[in-house]
Design a protein. Structure first.
Length: 316
């Protein structure tokens, strides 16, 4: 009779395989059970509003007669794209993003480098720069509006540099830069902390070798710090861009709650436009269509930034 073949030492036996498969299924089931509450909240707070917005964007809906909805197809999108006010809000929002994102990224990186280089009071300055981020948006905006009122110290100072001595938030040409100033000031601390955490990952040997070769602080920043922080820069740029696209609180306070986003529509961002369409004009369909277009713009901008950073990383 043929001798029974024995499996080599260490090889999995047939009795072990079902046991491992059962253990794997049990772990998978446990993972899904633990993730179920988070997935349910994600579906309620994110997926459901997105799907509802897409459905409402192709309907004519009035807030006071929500159940009486009529199918209009792409009429809401056609109306928005031909609306000069909506096109103006897109232009203003893009201008705001192009001002804010580079400014807060560069300033946050410089602040992180300076704070990291401090030997004393490092915690104090880090906390002082982070406090505006956790302060009430309305309070910070109100303080800035008081500081930049006509004949105040700051407008008088800037008037000597060639600007008019006016209330910045009431001037058509200065309202958007004023809004960008408030926004950058409030978010600077958050991105500074992110860069500070990134600086901890840069090997100190790189700076020591650069100093031996005679490199100065500027060369260290440009050729060591910035390249080493590419993932953090990507995160700051994308998250800052998404947040800047969604600005509402500061613009609403600066405009005094007006529909157009005063003065004369200078601070009328796309979120202000969506708010006005939904809750001032009672046009949920138009507001949802604007929200869908807004989602498309933000998604495309995010993809473009990811592609740019990916190409730069490959080139490096």
């Amino acid at each position: 009779m043929p001798a029974a073949t024995s499996s080599p030492p260490g090889a999995p036996t047939l009795s072990r395989r079902p046991r491992r498969a059962r253990a794997r299924r049990r772990d998978t089931t446990s993972a899904y059970v633990l993730l179920a509450p988070a997935l349910a909240l994600l579906a309620v707070w994110f997926l459901y509003p997105i799907v509802s917005s897409f459905l409402l964007s192709v309907q004519a809906v009035n807030v006071f007669h929500y159940s009486q909805r009529t199918w209009v197809g792409l009429a809401n999108f056609q109306r928005l794209l031909s609306d000069p006010v909506f096109r103006s809000t897109i232009r203003i929002t893009l201008t705001f993003v192009l001002i804010v994102v580079p400014a807060q990224t560069v300033l946050a990186l410089l602040a992180a480098v300076l704070v990291r280089g401090l030997r004393r009071l490092r915690t104090f300055y880090r906390t002082a720069l982070f406090v505006p981020y956790v302060t009430s948006t309305v309070a910070v905006t109100a303080v800035f509006m008081d500081l930049f009122t006509v004949h105040s110290a700051l407008p008088v100072f800037f008037s000597r540099l060639g600007l008019a001595d006016v209330s910045w938030f009431a001037d058509v040409h200065l309202a958007l830069p004023f809004l960008a100033m408030i926004y950058v000031w409030m978010n600077l601390g958050l991105y500074m902390v992110i860069f500070l955490s990134g600086l901890q990952t840069v090997p100190a040997e790189l700076y020591e070798a650069a100093r031996v070769d005679g490199a100065g602080a500027v060369h260290e920043l440009l050729f060591i710090t910035v390249p080493s922080l590419r993932p953090f820069v990507l995160f700051v740029v994308i998250s800052g861009m998404i947040g800047a696209f969604q600005i509402f609180d500061q613009a609403y306070v600066v405009s005094g709650g007006t529909v157009l986003g005063g003065p004369a529509g200078a601070t009328s961002t796309i979120v202000i436009f969506i708010f006005a369409q939904a809750f001032r004009y009672n046009k949920l369909g138009s507001a949802s269509a604007a929200a869908v277009l807004f989602l498309v713009v933000v998604s495309l901008a995010t993809l473009v930034m990811r592609r740019i950073f990916r190409e730069e990383t490959r080139a490096a």
